[in-house]
Design a protein around this ligand. Structure first.
Ligand code: GTP
Ligand code: MG
Length: 419
């Protein structure tokens, strides 16, 4: 089964907590602080891999959580960092934010890597809070918590050449003749149900071909296997349009040509404007294919190239023409988009809301900060208030009208402001 879209849930690892610990020294019940820092959480990384060609694996696994950082340890030992989680996707996969549908990145070339979500920072251990005044800080920082994001993946196969045409005209046969690919070939319609990729090397020049399911009238509106497959021709440099010139199924090749061109036009202007080479296949079945080709060339002003994929007659000539043409068309690039980036939670704005005589503070780094505060420990609480002052939050509160006796509420901590 082919799968070219998927929704997954990704979360970078949380940062590990810093810890509170005291040196063990002979005859001293509580030595100096030696609690280590927490480790950083693992990142979520995407990697393009040319050996993949569907998103099928995402059907079974939808949760991707990178490892959390480990808490710090005594003797100033830092916690281990969480392992990064590398998610492999086929080349041509678009990564989007599923909530807004904004494009975050386009994975084009094999080996390309992209860090989607950064792991949370580790919290600092109590050893880091010691200074000449605060000799035995009994508090530490908690690690940064990360958010789960809903991501949509969309595969748009990237190839140099896209094979298009009615079912049964010989697209897959052509691919099997010119490349090492072994697509299913059979004498019935819709043998090919998912795109096949093949690599062709002709006179030292290599390029890729994507064989897609056959198109029929109405494909642009979803008939047959529909436009879900037309999208896989959006990212090719050239269309190889295959006709059954022998009319072996009773359809006239000119009618086929007209219908397919019409579907391309209906689907997208970009697709319709791609360079096209038209191939007249199955000449082995026709006595008068030459006259047929002359007639069609005149009618549509196209230079149909006669071949037989069954006998391989004309294939070499076609590959010469194809490679010469490809050399004149620029390589496929990344899609153009303005990348969407997840806001770093810690850098996001801090919001203050006033209700009666209470000031609610939330957002930004404040929530991580609060989780590390030990309210019952005066030093911890003093440090917390110092951070509020240093980061300008007290100033903002005063500007909003904070007065003596009002209360400040930050998550589950509430305290009275005394001038
Ligand atoms: N006689 C003859 N038969 C051919 C030629 N090329 C392909 N065929 C036959 O035509 C039938 C269809 O070939 P496929 O390659 O499966 O056609 P397709 O265009 O990929 O078809 P779908 O995947 O259904 O869209 C098979 O029975 C092939 O053996 C040719 O040049 N001459
Ligand atoms: Mg096929």
């Amino acid at each position: 089964m082919f799968l070219d879209t998927a929704i997954i849930h990704c979360k970078a690892g949380n940062g590990g907590n810093g810890v509170v610990s005291w040196r063990r020294e002979k005859f001293i019940p509580k030595g100096g602080p030696d609690g280590g820092d927490g480790g950083k959480g693992g990142d979520i990384i995407f990697e393009a891999d040319s050996s993949l060609n569907t998103l099928i694996s995402f059907r079974y696994t939808q949760k991707f959580h990178a490892e959390d950082g480990q808490p710090g340890e005594a003797e100033n030992r830092s916690g281990r960092s969480g392992k990064d989680l590398i998610i492999k996707v086929p080349c041509g996969t678009l990564i989007k934010d599923a909530e807004t549908n904004n494009i975050i990145d386009d994975m084009v070339s094999s080996g390309d890597r992209f860090v989607l979500l950064k792991g949370g920072r580790g919290g600092r251990g109590n050893a880091r809070f010691a200074n000449s005044v605060r000799r035995s800080p009994a508090f530490s920082e908690t690690g940064e918590l990360t958010k789960e994001r809903k991501i949509s993946l969309e595969l748009k196969v990237i190839a140099d050449v896209g094979l298009i045409g009615f079912p049964n005209v010989g697209k897959s046969t052509f691919l099997s003749v010119v490349s090492a690919a072994k697509p299913k070939i059979a004498n019935y319609h819709f043998t090919t149900l998912s795109p096949n990729l093949g690599v062709v090397t002709h006179n030292g020049y290599s390029f890729t071909i994507a064989d897609i399911p056959g198109l029929i009238e109405g494909a642009s509106e979803g008939a047959g296997l529909g436009h879900s497959f037309l999208r896989h021709t959006e990212r090719v440099r050239l269309l190889l349009h295959i006709l059954d010139i022998s009319g072996s199924e009773g359809r006239a090749p000119e009618q086929d040509y007209r219908i397919i061109r019409n579907e391309l036009n209906n689907y997208s202007g970009i697709l319709a404007s791609l360079p096209e080479i038209v191939v007249g296949n199955k000449i082995d079945l026709s006595q008068d294919y030459k006259e047929e080709i002359l007639r069609l060339n005149k009618e549509f002003n196209i230079g149909i190239i006669p071949v037989s994929c069954a006998t391989t007659e004309g294939i070499d000539n076609l590959l010469n023409i194809l490679t010469a043409k490809l050399k004149t068309i620029p390589k496929q690039e990344k899609l153009r988009f303005s990348p969407f980036v997840y806001e770093d939670e810690n850098k996001s704005e801090i919001k203050i809301e006033k209700r009666d005589h209470s000031y609610y503070v939330y957002g930004g780094f404040i929530e991580d900060l609060v989780r590390g505060v030990v309210v019952s420990d005066p030093e911890s609480f003093r440090w917390f208030q110092k951070v509020l002052r240093d980061k300008g939050i007290m100033q903002s509160l005063l500007e909003k009208g904070l007065k003596n006796g009002d209360s400040i509420v930050i998550m589950d901590i509430e305290f009275e402001y005394i001038e």
